[in-house]
Design a binder for this molecule. Structure first.
Ligand code: CUA
Length: 161
């Protein structure tokens, strides 16, 4: 097989460039201790209602009995379910939320709770709500015509109430 000299030269230049770029990435990743995100938890968004955890009756806040709680929610066009949730103030809460359809985001103003909700994955956030009051859960990823109306209510209440 005949390969033109110029073509041969460029084949080697391409190989060299690839080796250099992969090398730079490797050195950077190892040097800075960069890892891919861990803890990806896939879930079948079309069958959320058939899972134990995300079935409608099992959504909401649960006391774990050890001073922490778990809040399980579903985001779907156009709302977060349950539409009103109550969590105790000053309590570490693990929030687990999944989308039943498209990409959503959730953001609670005046708190540090914000995450994307990517269909096919469970989003998990650990936070502690420090002030009692009524907050809004807002969708912050455009998800369709009803995006502006996609919100629900979070009540942070006194412990033991
Ligand atoms: Cu859901 Cu925007």
């Amino acid at each position: 097989m005949h390969i033109d000299q110029t073509e041969k030269k460029w084949v080697w230049i391409t190989v060299l460039m690839t080796v250099v770029m992969v090398g730079v990435l490797t050195v950077y990743a190892v040097g800075n201790n960069v890892h891919p995100p861990s803890g990806f938890e896939p879930i079948d968004s079309s069958r959320l209602h058939l899972t134990d955890e995300f079935a409608e009756d099992n959504l909401g806040y649960k006391d774990n009995g050890d001073g922490t709680g778990t809040l399980t929610m579903v985001g779907a066009r156009y709302g977060f379910y349950p539409s009103t949730v109550e969590v105790p103030v000053g309590t570490p809460v693990k929030i687990r939320i999944a989308s039943a359809d498209v990409l959503h985001g959730v953001h609670v103003p005046y708190t540090n709770f914000a995450t994307m909700i990517v269909p096919g994955y469970v989003s998990e956030v650990n936070t502690t709500f420090m002030k009692t009051g009524d907050y809004s859960l807002l969708c912050n990823e455009y998800c369709g015509l009803g995006h502006d109306h996609m919100w629900s209510r979070l009540k942070v209440v006194a412990q033991g109430s």
